[in-house]
Design a protein around this ligand. Structure first.
Ligand code: GCW
Length: 722
């Protein structure tokens, strides 16, 4: 008896926790009941039955998504009907809609592209209906998710007239997932791809992953790590990939794989992987044919070649063009593409690492085949909290360049720090390259409008893993969401994206949305301040990149040592990339070149990126560089203190589990922000020999202590790096 009682007590006690765990899993697709009766009844007046046209898989998933959403919002089942009645939701691609519906949509249909959609309130005779239509199945599903979002945001749907299309074609997640399920730079558990049980066990997560991506317009996923394993090309694995592709297909998501350049040798078939060898070329053709025979809509390959130990065409004295074009030829008959990464730098090259990719790739402009995209990281070094835009953007007008952002927070506090990345993505996309005069923004390079590109793309390195809420930090979901939204439209405002996400994920209450979106927007500058202010970069501890390590100087590869990047000495700190130094700024167009060449005209946020600046240099506020450096670190800590306070005021709006988890994570962030401030300032003080300003509290430990900290088991390191 006693036993039973406690079981009952326990299960009642745990029920709410279980439900809220489910909520984290539902991401921004939570279809919570609309409790305010006036809002609910308003919607119900506009929504009667669903009338779908067309019989494909996508229409089916679109209908079931709508039904799920409606049942959630209104706690009532919405019926499917075959005849159109008042206030019905009429759903179908242009091809499938009955002809009498089309005349009122003609203008809009001419405006959308193949993945765009229209949501329009029209009258058929005297019958008011809402039509969701598109040119393609994927577009239809995007329209459905948009319609659902309108309700999640509590927008008025009585007079809807939305016409929208994605501006970038390939909107892709890059999973750095290994076949053993570890995730390189992954901080949310293991890989969601359960390779061992595929193709027979199809987990519900795969469908939910597809739903989440489709809801923000992501249409591709690279399943495997760019540090690639050729085993994925074996028939055994192709079957597994096929199973995933089948789950994703109705959601408009193509699968891609990373291609290890030496696969023809590693699979035991050939002696060489020389891209000009006819047998090698044939091997890739056969491999492509084999994959497409199983997966007819396979997307293509993502390739990291001759970078950080990965094999590539240079091993055979050939160029990136030779390598990329060989694969492009194998994929072209199937409409596949190659995403060839420009993240290359060599320890044998004494040139500034920031210059190497440009130096190597720009001369190849115009030589890649039509189905090759060159994938370029947002900055010239490596996913730092802040970098100027990569100078390759704009410098290769005859080559489609694809943006690579990192959603996982390798250098930005892993999944323990709340850092809202769309602010950073937006900063990069809005930067002016000036290559065709003012207004030649990075966004225009990426969406192809600057140089009239046919093929366009954008990639985000995923932050997804087996954690119940997918991303570890509840706010990590916002970065996945925001990446998708900006991939759809790189001109969107990151603040609006934050507001949207908050409403869909947490609450529509105005106070909550206002305060928390403000906190999110400021969080990116906070991390810059407490980690790498004023243009500092890559001073994280090496290997795992967790915590500060500006002192590290003993690695074989010079450019893996933080000292390479900050160059602190008794005179000052910073990397001279002007004429007197590496002259990396010559890779930018005028007037940037001139602007960045002088300390006075370089924006302070990039100061130490481009200049070696004396410790006593007088900055805009009249104080020395040393003082300002300390000020920024202190500001960073205070920014996080403010985040903590803001969050604590939000308790009433957030379910308990997410509230508590975020609260604890913010405490970690605060602790680590202080750690960064104290360790870095103590380290640089050895060079500046200047007093710490009064506003800096006495560091808790001495420098030796900070230098002694070791984290051999920090997450995110692939076995390949051990
Ligand atoms: O940021 C660096 C990471 C490596 C990564 C590499 C890359 C996949 O530290 O882990 O390797 O970039 O982008 O290829």
């Amino acid at each position: 008896m006693v036993y039973k009682k406690s079981v009952l007590y326990l299960s009642l006690f745990f029920l709410p926790f279980f439900l809220s765990a489910q909520k984290g899993y539902d991401l921004w697709l939570q279809y919570d009941a609309i409790e305010k009766e006036d809002i609910r009844s308003q919607y119900l007046r506009q929504i009667n039955n669903i009338v779908p046209f067309g019989s494909g898989e996508t229409v089916k998933v679109a209908v079931s998504e709508l039904q799920m959403a409606f049942e959630g919002f209104f706690q009532e089942a919405i019926r499917e009907s075959v005849a159109i009645g008042e206030h019905d939701i009429v759903l179908g691609t242009k091809e499938n809609l009955p002809p009498y519906v089309l005349p009122s949509l003609e203008l809009e249909l001419s405006k959308i592209n193949s993945e765009g959609y229209i949501i329009k309130r029209i009258r058929i005779g005297n019958t008011p209906v809402t039509v969701i239509t598109s040119q393609s199945d994927a577009g239809l599903l995007y329209g459905v998710f948009r319609f659902i979002r309108e309700i999640q945001l509590h927008n008025n749907i009585s007079d809807l007239h939305i016409v929208d299309s994605p501006r970038i074609q390939k909107r892709v997640l890059n999973h750095w997932d290994n076949l053993d399920r570890t995730v390189e730079r992954g901080y949310a558990g293991f890989s969601i791809w359960d390779w061992h049980h595929l193709p027979d066990l199809i987990k519900p997560q795969y469908t939910d992953y597809a739903r989440a991506n489709a809801s923000i317009g992501i249409n591709g996923t690279v399943l495997t790590n760019v540090n690639a394993n050729s085993l994925v090309f074996s028939p055994h694995y192709i079957e597994k990939v096929k199973a995933l592709a089948e789950v994703f297909r109705p959601y408009g998501i193509q699968v891609y794989l990373t291609a290890r350049f030496s696969a023809p040798v590693e699979m035991g078939d050939l002696q060489t992987a020389d891209p000009l060898d006819p047998e090698v070329r044939q091997w890739w053709k056969n491999k492509a044919d084999e994959i497409y025979a199983e997966i007819p809509d396979f997307g293509g390959f993502l390739v990291k070649a001759n970078s950080e130990g990965q094999p590539g065409p240079n091993n055979y004295g050939r160029s990136h063009v030779d390598g990329a074009n060989m694969m492009a030829e194998a994929l072209a008959p199937h409409n596949g593409i190659v995403m060839w990464r420009a993240f290359v730098y060599s320890e044998h090259d004494p040139e500034d690492r920031a210059k190497q990719a440009y130096t190597e790739f720009v001369p190849f402009d115009g030589q890649f085949h039509d189905n090759v995209l060159v994938q370029v990281k947002n900055g010239p070094i490596d996913f730092q909290p802040r970098e100027p835009f990569h100078p390759m953007f704009g410098a290769m007008p005859n080559t489609p360049l694809m943006m690579e952002f990192q959603i996982t927070q390798e250098y930005l506090g892993f999944s323990s720090h709340l850092v809202y990345l769309p602010t950073m993505f937006e900063e990069i996309l809005d930067e002016d390259t000036y290559v065709k005069g003012e207004g030649s923004t990075v966004a225009k390079v990426i969406d192809g409008t600057l140089s009239n590109k046919k093929l366009t793309g954008i990639a985000g390195v995923a932050n997804i893993g087996t954690e119940k809420n997918w991303t570890g930090h509840p706010f990590g979901q916002a970065n996945w969401y925001g990446f998708g939204r900006l991939a759809w439209d790189p001109y969107l405002d990151s603040e609006e994206i934050a507001e949207e996400w908050l409403q869909m994920t947490f609450s529509n209450e105005e106070e909550f949305v206002e305060e928390v979106s403000d906190m999110m927007i400021k969080s990116r500058e906070a991390v810059v301040n407490y980690m790498t202010p004023l243009g500092l970069h890559h001073i994280m501890d090496t290997g795992h990149h967790y915590g500060p390590g500006p002192w590290v100087s003993d690695l074989d590869r010079p450019e893996w040592n933080p000292v390479y990047y900050h160059k602190a000495d008794s005179v000052g700190v910073g990397f001279d990339r002007t004429q007197t130094g590496s002259h990396a700024l010559a890779q930018y167009a005028e007037p940037l070149r001139e602007k960045y060449n002088s300390i006075e005209t370089t924006p302070e946020k990039y100061l130490l990126w481009f200049h070696h600046v004396p410790w006593d240099y007088e900055m805009e506020n009249g104080e020395t560089l040393w003082y300002n450096l300390a000020l920024k670190y202190q500001e960073g800590v205070e920014d996080v203190e403010e985040m903590v306070e803001t969050w604590n005021r939000m308790e009433k709006y957030v379910d308990r589990q997410k509230f508590e988890k975020t609260k604890m994570l913010l405490q970690i962030q605060l602790k680590e922000a202080k750690w960064w401030r104290d360790a870095v300032l103590l380290y640089f003080q050895q060079f500046s020999k200047m007093e710490l300003p009064d506003f800096i509290p006495k560091p808790e430990h001495d420098l030796e202590y900070y230098q002694s900290l070791k984290f051999p088991y920090a997450p995110g390191i692939s076995p390949a790096w051990h």
